[in-house]
Design a protein around this ligand. Structure first.
Ligand code: SR1
Ligand code: MG
Length: 412
């Protein structure tokens, strides 16, 4: 057996079994452990270790010094500490909504956590057009608790600053600064634009100086507004789900940033699912039914967030000036404005930039994919430019419907 206590090395499936036996206090001595590497993300290696005698299982997630998708991204394996620590904190702030962390190992840059194999990846489930009626309820609680309870509104300010320090995450933030805020807005060689969409991108995104100015303002907000401890990559591939349970995982991009960053990512990725359904469900009634479900979910996420934010603020606010009349509404208004802007960025960067989403790339008819992409880009652009007017769930739905109508008219 290799020595896991001296020096980092990338584990194989056999190593993960040995590691589980020697360093995790989870399995019986006579356990018959099997392991499979199941990671399909861009950055890390994920081992599922199962005792075939008892079916007891664990996930071991290991970070390497470069991204899994490309050596071009050199990343500190400290992201595994960040992920372990934020999950431990969120486990307390939002009980039931994140996996349990059993151990963090700073030498192997790995953590052991609860296996959620009885759930499915939300993106895959939405592409299969499944419904999760409790999702908006669950995710709005998760968002309010993790975002508001880590902010200066609630935390003693020195405690909050200690958290800001501990969650400094320069390399992962740089990825988002580049991939979300810079590269999609010019003809960057790293972009990956679907050929049929390219002209539209050139005309409506790259050539629009008013839009570019807003994206510059928003990039600086992302870099400087240390408002809340955010997950930092809360798309539907970072959510495991089943009918009665929602679990947020994979927060290695976590840092202190604008609260709207997480909410905006959730909304944008629901819109990708919406675009997928719109262009892949052939039966008209079924399509309408599923689009209604997703539309209501988008609306509910925003409206429930607004309601729960007010209630949680009233219960937990400690900062005296935050209690002045009108401040709560001003603060929440800014969070929802930022939510719209971030949703806009996510919608544009997943179409134009390096990292795409399956909801769109799996639309096999090229013409339908181009239409879906144009709708996402139009919604994204409107979210950014009209962010000051975005307040309620209905405002978000109006933008989605107007973009659909606008593109339908242009196609006629
Ligand atoms: C190089 S990483 C590309 C993307 O994958 C992650 O999930 C983040 O969304 C990142 O932007
Ligand atoms: Mg990820």
């Amino acid at each position: 057996m290799k020595d896991f206590t001296k020096e980092y090395f990338r584990m194989t499936e056999e190593d993960a079994i040995d590691y589980a036996k020697a360093h995790l206090d989870l399995f019986d001595k006579d356990a018959n452990l099997q392991c499979k590497e199941i990671g399909d993300g861009n950055l890390n290696y994920v081992f599922k270790v199962v005792d075939s005698k008892t079916n007891k299982s664990v996930i071991i997630k290991q970070a390497g010094p470069v991204a899994r998708i490309s050596d071009e991204f050199k990343l500190s394996p400290d992201r595994n500490r960040i992920e372990s620590e934020i999950l431990q904190l969120q486990y307390k702030l939002a009980p039931g909504f994140v996996p349990e962390i059993y151990k963090y190992d700073p030498i192997m840059n790995c953590c052991a956590m609860e296996d959620l194999s009885d759930h499915e990846m939300m993106r895959a489930a939405l592409i299969a057009h499944k419904k999760f009626p409790l999702f908006a309820e669950h995710i709005s609680t998760f968002l309010v608790n993790t975002l508001l309870l880590t902010s200066d509104v609630v935390l003693e300010h020195k405690e909050k600053k200690a958290l800001v320090k501990s969650f400094i995450n320069p390399e992962l933030c740089e990825i988002s600064e580049d991939l979300v805020y810079s590269e999609p807005f010019y003809d960057c060689p790293r972009n990956d634009v679907f050929p049929g969409t390219r002209e539209f991108v050139q005309n409506t995104i790259w050539n629009d100086d008013a839009l570019l100015l807003e994206t510059a303002k928003l990039k600086f907000e992302f870099m400087t507004n240390a408002q809340s401890l955010v997950h930092g990559d809360l798309h539907t591939g970072s959510i495991f789900i089943k009918e009665d349970s929602t679990k947020v995982f994979d927060p290695e991009f976590a840092f202190y940033g604008p609260a709207g960053y997480d909410i905006g990512n959730v909304i944008a990725n629901l819109i990708f699912a919406y675009a997928n359904a719109n262009f892949t469900i052939e039966d008209e009634l079924k399509r309408k039914d599923y689009l209604d479900y997703l539309g209501n979910t988008i609306k509910d996420v925003i409206d429930l967030f607004n309601e729960k934010f007010i209630r949680t603020w009233d219960k937990h606010v400690t900062e005296s000036v935050a209690k002045y009349a009108g401040f709560k509404e001003y603060y929440l208004g800014n969070v929802i404005r930022d939510t719209a802007a971030v949703a806009g960025h996510e919608l544009i960067r997943r179409i134009v930039g390096l990292a795409h989403v399956k909801d769109i790339t799996s639309i096999s008819n090229a013409e339908a994919r181009v239409r879906a992409e144009k709708i996402c880009l139009t919604i994204g652009k409107t979210f950014i430019l009209s962010r000051e007017n975005m307040k309620t769930g209905a405002d978000f739905i109006d933008v989605i419907q107007s973009a659909e109508e606008q593109l339908l008219k242009e196609a006629e």
